[in-house]
Design a binder for this molecule. Structure first.
Ligand code: NAD
Length: 505
């Protein structure tokens, strides 16, 4: 079955993790195993790119950029449209591969591919709307305008948990904006990256734009570091942990590059006394255990009004207990495994720390006695000041806290370093407006009567503070992938200066 899947995705003959306009047959990097986290077994071996391979890939990417930037934007959009069509045709298979390599349930695996398709559709429309402004000049017979030009080859660094969707957030926009790109995926998910690259290669070959999309699977310390230091890449878009983002921000800023950072979250849901409790509980459950708590938008802190807290805890305990955990391939399973052994250990350490800091485990948290990296979701009674509550542990741990006033709830919610997503469940207009106001949530995403995870691509996605401040996907996120040029055009025979400055000779 797995071999058939690899065959349908054209992967049986590719074990190279390095591709520019064509695959590098024998890349110089180490060989890694792609593992199925539901069994711990190896799915395939992939040879990673070395730093020398990276150099070769980047040279080709720079050449491809010089050609690609001259292609009219709507024609670039046509290439992205064809990528969207190719992804539609492979949606099921690519989704299954995402499930196999990440342990997401099948619906989430396919949902991720749907997100790629949505991004392509969005970018096609955008390719005819890379608008600049016309600005009134203060000088007679002058005109000002703003235009947007391609930026250059973009470095795209992605995390394991959205192995293909995050690439598309970047790649679809970067491509219509006229940039070439080099993708460094997580070494945890090399197969899905190769599958995407194969699909894109077919489209690129049919459109004579080989080299626009390239791939360098490598470790952080070699390919990753080469990429972030590389002055040929004016933009590094990096998705991953806050620790990774700090390093990327520092290195890229030192060379005056631009970085687009999508980092860790520590998201909260506030449940107020007027909330529709049934709705809230459904929203909390998906946000807490979807993708086994391995979404950047996973709800990690639940801030519940003191009048409701016991009810909410009891209901969640019951929901957690009836949750079907198992092979993500099976129908009806809602929670698969964690990504690897280290993730299981990190979760156990966090739970131990929570207890040492005064928290109480109300439900779950144990490793399940079966192959692979399965755990029970954990519900922990906590206080906002506990250091572990301020950290993002990338596992299904939900800290529950109580509040008395909405001001206090918002203070607790904003009282962490990260600022990605937030939500309130309320039927009170004043509460929801307060939450969305300048003195409400300090996050990049603020939802009312919806959980913290599962964003649509139409909005700009990203967060504040330690989450990095970057915005990807919809709205005007495309602007980060272009350079802005302000132009002033004089059609008079005079040379008046701005601000009335006189410089007569
Ligand atoms: P990670 O930080 O371990 O790795 C992410 C990527 O960064 C990998 O490709 C890794 O090889 C690379 N990397 C690490 N150090 C690097 C360096 N010095 N130079 C260049 N590249 C480097 O993260 P992960 O475990 O793969 O993913 C989980 C994390 O990602 C969580 O913190 C999660 O919240 C975050 N995440 C954020 C978003 C978002 O949009 N905000 C989306 C998905 C995941």
């Amino acid at each position: 079955m797995f071999d058939d899947l690899l065959g349908r995705l054209g992967l049986e003959s590719v074990n190279s993790g390095a591709c520019h306009s064509s695959w590098i047959d024998h890349p110089g990097g180490e060989t890694i195993s792609s593992r199925n986290p539901a069994t711990g077994e190896s799915l395939a071996q992939v040879i990673m790119a070395s730093t020398d391979d990276y150099q070769q890939i980047t040279e080709r990417s720079c050449d491809a950029f010089l050609k690609w930037r001259q292609v009219p934007a709507p024609k670039r959009g046509e290439v992205v449209r064809q990528i969207g069509v190719a992804l539609r045709e492979r949606k099921r298979d690519l989704g299954l591969l995402v499930t196999l390599e990440t342990g997401k349930i099948r619906s989430e695996g396919e949902g991720e591919v749907q997100e790629m398709i949505d991004m392509c559709d969005f970018a096609v429309g955008l390719s005819r709307q890379l608008h600049g402004l016309t600005i009134a000049s203060e000088r007679p017979l002058h005109r000002m305008m703003e235009q947007w030009h391609p930026l250059g080859p973009v470095g795209i660094i992605t995390a394991f948990n959205f192995p293909v969707a995050v690439w598309s957030w970047n790649a679809a926009l970067a491509a219509v904006c006229g940039n070439s790109m080099i993708w460094k995926p997580s070494p945890e998910t090399p197969l899905t990256a190769i599958a995407v690259q194969k699909i894109v290669n077919e489209v690129a070959a049919a459109n004579d734009c080989e080299g626009v999309f390239s791939l360098a699977i490598g470790e952080a310390h070699d390919v990753g570091e080469s990429m972030i230091r590389d002055t040929r890449l004016p933009l590094i878009s990096a998705t991953g942990s806050c620790r990774m983002g700090e390093r990327v921000a520092e290195v890229v800023a030192r060379r005056m590059g631009r970085s687009l950072l999508e980092l860790g979250g520590n998201n909260a849901i506030i449940v107020t006394p007027t909330a529709d409790l049934e709705l809230a509980l459904r929203g909390i459950l998906f946000a807490a255990v979807g993708t086994a708590g391995q979404r950047c938008t996973t709800v990690r802190r639940l801030i519940v009004h003191e009048s409701l807290i016991e009810t909410v805890i009891e209901r969640l305990k019951r929901s957690f207990a009836s949750l079907r955990i198992g092979d993500p391939w099976d129908d009806g399973v809602l929670m698969g495994p964690l990504i690897n052994e280290r993730a299981v250990e990190t979760m156990q350490q966090a739970l131990k720390a929570a207890e040492e800091q005064g928290g109480k485990i109300l439900y779950g948290g144990k490793r399940l006695p079966r192959p692979g990296y399965f755990v029970e979701p954990a519900l922990v009674r906590a206080e906002p000041g506990m250091p572990i509550v301020g950290e993002e542990t990338f596992a299904p741990i939900l800290y529950v806290m109580s509040y008395a006033t909405l001001d206090e709830a918002i203070r607790i919610q904003n009282g962490v370093a990260q600022g990605l997503t937030s939500a309130i469940f309320t039927n009170d207009l004043r509460e929801s407006e307060h939450f969305l106001s300048a003195d409400g949530s300090d996050c990049g995403i603020a939802n009312v009567n919806i959980g913290t995870s599962g964003a649509e691509i139409g909005g700009a996605f990203g967060g504040e503070k330690a989450t990095g401040g970057g915005r990807e996907a919809g709205s005007d996120a495309w602007k980060t992938y272009m350079r802005r040029q302000t132009c002033t055009i004089n059609r008079s025979a005079d040379l008046p200066l701005a601000q009335g400055v006189k410089f007569d000779t």
